[in-house]
Design a protein around this ligand. Structure first.
Ligand code: AMP
Ligand code: TRP
Length: 344
């Protein structure tokens, strides 16, 4: 049997090139190796932690399904589905939550970032323990539980590999901890999932190279749906570093290094050859070419997506078929788990 590989993306807004280069492109490449049984899902339950409007969430779910397919995920090769359609996931989440120390959830970086997001950066740094407790007390419980649901997503299919961006590594480590705990207490059941990272595990924002590109900060994002004109404008405006050399140095020249990473990934050229090519050129020259590289790279994706937009029924059918397959595997795991923990 092929090893199981799984990943999910939240339908919480348009996908940006960080999501693509850090995750989605890798999903497609891994799928196409034929070496894994792949599951890819729309993490709609995770997206609920941000309390979206119902109409936005449903639009985002379909949009993300189109992104999956336009990028090259193929229902003939992978199981593609919506997380919320797998009812038994809730049972595993509950069981895993009973093995989870609350303190582990409170120390998660993503949780702290989400909870503190409304505060100004300067205020976050000098926050007192009392104030932090007050803010956590008011935050929704789903935000705290987030990693337990994610662990359930992974474990319920007995997953071995999880392609994600760097920001998810702590959540994966948490899932590994739960595997050790569960297996230690109830006997070998789950496999410790291993992350698979890309060459661009953490793309930085176009307007601030010290922050990762993130859906929640749209000003610094380049979206997969952006038109050539928008891409041109965004790359033109993207911040650069002092000096004028096109040289990869993520410490001292984080902005240009980030743009070079995009160039490298999309043009398939090494950093060395990019440095050589732009040795006597200006940031302006580099940015002009980078724009062309991005526009050309995204063009096939955008064309396919346009075609898929006219076929919403087909997309719903793909998601339903995927969920039906995933549900069976999830149920088998749950029967085993229930027996092992004494729920006869
Ligand atoms: P999310 O939108 O949070 O569901 O993220 C979907 C996937 O994209 C996850 O695997 C993330 O780790 C990855 N990802 C998100 N932002 C970035 C980024 N700036 N650079 C690389 N990968 C990212
Ligand atoms: N938390 C992930 C993110 O924001 C999405 C996700 C949910 C996920 N469940 C998962 C990713 C299971 C991998 C495996 O990107």
């Amino acid at each position: 049997m092929k090893p199981i590989l799984i990943s999910g993306i939240q339908p919480s807004g348009k996908l940006h090139i960080g999501n693509y280069l850090g995750a989605l492109k890798n999903f497609v490449d891994l799928q196409n190796t034929g070496r894994y049984q792949c599951y890819f899902f729309i993490a709609d339950l995770h997206a609920l932690t941000e309390n979206p409007e119902a109409k936005d969430l449903s639009v985002n779910i379909i949009n993300l399904a189109m992104d999956f397919l336009a990028a090259g995920l193929d229902p003939k090769k992978s199981i593609i589905f919506q997380q919320s359609k797998i009812q038994s996931l809730q049972e595993l989440k509950w069981i895993l939550s009973t093995l989870t120390p609350v303190s582990e959830l409170m120390r998660m970086t993503a949780f702290k970032e989400k909870v503190l997001q409304p505060l100004k950066l300067s205020d976050r740094k000098k926050i007192t323990k009392e104030k932090l407790d007050e803010i956590i007390g008011k935050s929704n419980f789903g935000l705290a539980e987030y990693p337990v649901l994610m662990a359930a997503d992974i474990l319920i299919y007995k997953t071995e590999f999880v392609p994600v961006g760097e920001d998810q590594l702590q959540h994966l480590e948490f899932a590994r901890m739960l595997v050790r705990k569960f297996n230690g207490k109830f006997g070998e059941t789950f496999i410790e999932p291993k992350p698979l990272l890309t060459e661009v595990p953490r793309l930085m924002s176009l307007d601030n190279p010290n922050k990762k590109m993130s859906k929640s900060l749209p000003a610094g994002c380049l979206f997969l749906d952006d038109s050539p004109e928008i891409i041109r404008g965004k790359i033109k405006k993207a911040v650069t570093d002092s000096g004028r050399e096109i040289k990869y140095d993520s410490k001292n020249k984080p902005a240009i290094s980030n743009l070079m990473k995009i160039y490298q990934a999309m043009a398939g050229q090494s950093i060395k050859s990019i440095e050589k090519k732009y040795k006597d050129k200006s940031y302006g020259d580099f940015k002009k070419d980078l724009t062309e590289v991005i526009v050309a790279y995204l063009s096939p994706f955008q064309k396919t997506k346009k075609r898929l937009k006219a076929q919403p029924q087909k997309i719903m059918k793909i998601l339903e078929t995927g969920a039906a397959k995933a549900r069976i595997v999830a149920q088998v795991t749950m029967e085993e788990v229930k027996k092992k923990i004494g729920l006869i």
